[in-house]
Structures are given as structure tokens and as C-alpha cells.
Design a protein around this ligand. Sequence first.
Ligand code: PAF
Length: 309
Amino acid sequence: MRTIRTIAELRAALAEPRRHDARIGLVPTMGAFHEGHLSLMRRARQDCDLVVVSLFVNPTQFDETADLVAYPRDERRDAALAAEVGVDLLFAPAATELYPDGFATTVSVAGLTDRLEGAFRGRAHFDGVATVVTKLLNIVAPAVAFLGQKDAQQVLVIRRLVRDLSLPVTIEVCPTVRERDGLAMSSRNERLRGADRARATALHDALLAADAAVRTGERDAAAVAAAASAVLDGAGVETEYFELVSADTLAPVTEIQEPARPVLAVVAARVGGTRLIDNQMLTTDRQATGLCPGRAEPEARAAAGSQVS
Ligand code: PAF
């Protein structure tokens, strides 16, 4: 695997494979790799001739300076992990490479970014994500980009900008990878200590409670959310939101009419000083399997086609 720092160098490295019609895959990341990231890279490896992973802690998407400063960084470890799963190119630019002096353009996706994460983190968060992802897609020009379902709103925002800006890329969404106790893998989990680590499973437990309520016949979204909120409150975490929303538009739903209108349960909570998010598609099908695939070994989940965020 080769580590590349500049846009010019990366474009040069991709020119020859592109001439030979190589299928190029991009996994955009901010580093601090965990099994979630690695599952995206493995999926890209299976699906593409050439795999590019970007590693860039994007300053413009952080709403709190303290969060940006505390964001875990270990490029040497990340590079070793990426090489192990067969990544070809690691694009790890300096901030000045992506945001040179005088940088003045912002990609902003209206509507989808107002609620949920947008409301709690501020619109600037998704402007930062949309801008850097647009740049990465332009720089790498991949046939396919791989994203994790854990950041469900981010996925919708990126899908929308790809559609609206007519970018010639397919977005592949891979499942959330979970720890054995159900906690969704996240680079922020490293900050959880002691009792907070145990309490953090409340997000997944709340999603399970919502799912159980729907499977046993509850169709009123407020009642489902109340069952989930009881779990979060009982665990003593600071809930920012737990909502049932349209999986396509993120608009709030009042009544579950799945499968005609797929419903996503979304949650954000602070556990100690750490902000965590998670989500789960809800199904009225009592027989369906694969719900909240946590509590299994990552390898087993990967084999079962489960996924990451
Ligand atoms: O999900 C992330 O890690 C980031 O938001 C992304 C997509 C790499 C953009 O910086």
C-alpha cells in the first residue's frame, strides 16, 4: 500500500489504472480505524480493482473545537490496518492541501440537514461533510464509494448531493458493525471509560425496545418512542433525540405503515462527555431476522453480509 499526500500525486497514481478501465472504489474516513471501517474496506476490496481510502480529519465538520482536538489520530496504526485488508492507496492529505488559502466554496444540502444531527450539531456540520465528500469524489473519481449505515443522515445527504450534482458514482451503504454487547462501533467509543462504556449500550437497547414494540403490534410512533426513551432514561444517559422518521426523507412519522413507508429509528445521546449516535430500520415483520446484528463476532457478521458504520 502506498500513502499519498497530494491531489496531483493521487491523480497521477490513478491515471494508468483508469486508462485500463479499472473499477476504482473509495472509502472516505477520518481515521481511527475500527472493524466498521475495515468492513467497508473489505467490501471495497471484493468489489473493486483498486481501493483508495482517504484519511482526513475534516476540520470543517466539527461543531466543537474540543471534539476536533480530541479526535483520535494514529496514522501509522491506521496505515498498517488498511494495508492488512488490501487497500491500494491511502490518501492522507494535510488540511492545506484540501483547503488552500482563499478556499471559499461550500456544498450545502438544504432540507435534509435541518433536523436531527443538523439541529444538534448545527448546519455547518453537514456543510463540512458535503463539501469534503464532494472534493474527495472529484479528486478520486471512483466508480463506487462505500459508506456506513451508522451515519444514516450523512448517507442521505451524500446520496442527495451525488444526485443533485450529477456525480458519476454509486454509493454503497454497508451495515453497522457492533461490539458484542450491541454498541455500534465508532471512533468515539475509545473515549468511553468504566461505567460510561457499560451505559453506552443503552442506545442499542433502546433501538431493540422500539423494534420489539413494533414487532408486537404497536403502530403509534409516540408509543414506540416512549418505550425506547424509558430504556435511555433508565440507563441515565443524556438523550438528545430518539425519533421515528421516514427512512427516505427523515421527516417525522406518527404512524408506522411499513413496509409501504420504511421507518428508521434514530437516536443521539451523550454518555459522560461522549456523544454517540445509532439507528435501526424498524420492521413490522415478526419473522424477519437480522435485526440489530450486534452481539456477534465481526467476522461472523461480515460473513452473514451484515455491516458497519
Ligand atoms: O463519516 C466520516 O468519517 C466523515 O464524515 C467523512 C464521510 C469521511 C467525511 O469527512
